[in-house]
Design a protein around this ligand. Structure first.
Ligand SMILES: Cc1cc2nc3c(=O)[nH]c(=O)nc-3n(C[C@H](O)[C@H](O)[C@H](O)COP(=O)(O)OP(=O)(O)OC[C@H]3O[C@@H](n4cnc5c(N)ncnc54)[C@H](O)[C@@H]3O)c2cc1C
Length: 412
């Protein structure tokens, strides 16, 4: 890193989680001097982004990593989803979506966050124009007219870097966003996602399942070594007992909800939990700074879309920066660029927020009339291929005005 000044950068990225590192990689080819400031080291048990969760990557995310030359490595570490089965416990309706019917190779790919992190970080660390400060915690931000200073603490010493543009990617509870005075709106779902993995008696075979029940949705996804990842969403007041239950009791409770479609569950892995809320930034930019990923929107995981949405933030910002560096008087943090990014992202953000929030409300409604309508809706959904196709295009991230990287087009 000797070619880089230790304190002066074109872009500083606050947060080196899944979105922050993807951002650094997305703009690395633009020959900008980039710094990433990350609080928790990659192999630390408490690294909050690259943990044991599994993430379903959509087509637009696949396209972006393809354009960045990373897809082959990610593909090797992931499992394809060839079909999705959605059902409602105790009701007649269900839906089935298949890759074959949609004429695509896969509906998505499932990768373990820690494994995705290894691919992203290993590639980012090879780039000469990306400098990592880690472990390093941002403690304050001072925006000026032409630059922005970021103060951070690392190994008990106080440090400062400056940048033309600060990219805020430090997650749902972003302190960088708070330092900039950007407020948030929040809906607490009073639910917790319990995640882990297990073995199923019958092979899951590239199929994903989402089962809605009285207590909340349960998703099963194929992961490496023939195992199955689960995301089970339960009311907060039931989570503690489930997390403390023995493996046998936990598995049999989950089995009761899911049924025997995949035979008996066994070999439960480590369980972890995540409280769920919808949190959105009230603005996407402030002076010399822009907000992306979970710092901009943190969604309920019911539709597995939060990270995919964040990657489209990354691709859009990279597109705007790529256009800016072609100009004579380049100014990476100018207000026109920031408002262009913000305008471009509004529709995608709005659509996905109302889609995921609507799903949570629809499937959380315990009224009998709503449950009957829901079952009927699922049957209709299953019978109308045109509607299904449109729905799948949305969840694949293929709707609206997509930036180049999300279409698989490189910026070089
Ligand atoms: C149970 C569950 C399942 C999910 N499944 C899916 C899925 O299948 N598909 C999908 O698209 N999305 C999914 N998501 C959403 C996805 O996990 C998030 O959208 C994604 O993690 C957001 O990444 P991020 O980098 O923006 O934020 P984070 O992952 O929160 O990373 C933020 C980073 O910033 C660092 N940081 C924080 N504060 C500071 C500071 N002051 N200074 C320096 N660094 C700091 C943190 O250490 C961290 O590394 C799921 C979410 C949950 C909870």
């Amino acid at each position: 890193m000797s070619s880089l000044s230790e304190t002066d950068f074109d872009i500083v990225i606050a947060g080196g989680g899944m979105i922050g590192v993807s951002m650094a990689l997305a703009i690395a080819s633009l020959n900008l001097r980039i710094a990433v400031i990350e609080k928790v080291e990659r192999d630390h048990d408490l690294q909050p982004s690259f943990d044991d969760r599994s993430t379903a990557l959509s087509r637009s995310s696949q396209s972006m990593y393809t354009a960045l030359g990373l897809w082959d490595e990610i593909r090797d570490a992931s499992e394809a989803i060839k079909s999705i089965h959605v059902s409602d416990q105790g009701r007649f309706g269900f839906s089935h979506i298949s890759a074959k019917e949609q004429e695509v190779e896969a509906l998505g790919y499932v990768v373990i966050n820690r494994v995705l992190g290894d691919v992203l970080l290993t590639n980012a660390e090879k780039k000469k124009n990306i400098k990592f400060f880690c472990p390093a915690e941002i403690t304050s931000i001072e925006p000026h007219k032409d630059y922005c200073n970021v103060n951070f603490k690392s190994h008990d010493s106080e440090n400062i870097v400056s940048s033309r543009l600060l990219v805020v990617a430090d997650g749902a509870n972003s302190s960088a966003r708070d330092f900039l005075g950007i407020g948030t709106n929040k809906i607490n779902y009073h639910q917790v996602a319990i995640v882990g993995n297990l073995l199923t008696e019958k092979a899951i075979d590239n199929r994903a399942f989402e089962r809605f029940s009285e207590s909340g949705p349960l998703a099963l996804l194929p992961i490496e070594n023939g195992r199955t990842a689960f995301i089970w969403i339960v009311p907060t007041n039931e989570a503690e007992a489930l997390l403390a239950a023995s493996d046998d009791i936990f598995l049999s409770t989950m089995q009761e909800i899911f049924g025997l479609r995949l035979g008996l569950f066994s070999n439960l892995g480590k369980r972890s939990s995540y409280p769920l809320a919808l949190k959105e930034a009230q603005r996407l930019y402030a002076s010399r700074s822009v907000v992306i990923g979970n710092a901009a929107n943190s969604l309920h995981p019911v539709a597995a879309q939060g990270f995919n949405l964040g990657l489209r933030d990354v691709a859009t910002l990279a597109d705007c920066l790529c256009e800016e560096i072609k100009k004579d008087n380049v100014d990476l943090g100018n207000v026109d660029l920031l408002s262009k990014y913000s305008d471009w992202r509004q529709q995608d953000h709005k659509k996905l927020k109302s889609f995921t929030d609507g799903l949570v409300r629809l499937f959380g409604d315990k009224r009998k009339s709503v449950r009957i309508l829901r079952s009927a809706g699922m049957v209709c959904f299953d019978l109308v291929p045109g509607f299904r196709k449109l729905f799948v295009r949305h969840t694949m991230g293929l709707v609206g005005r997509l930036p180049r990287l999300s279409r698989g087009i490189s910026l070089e």
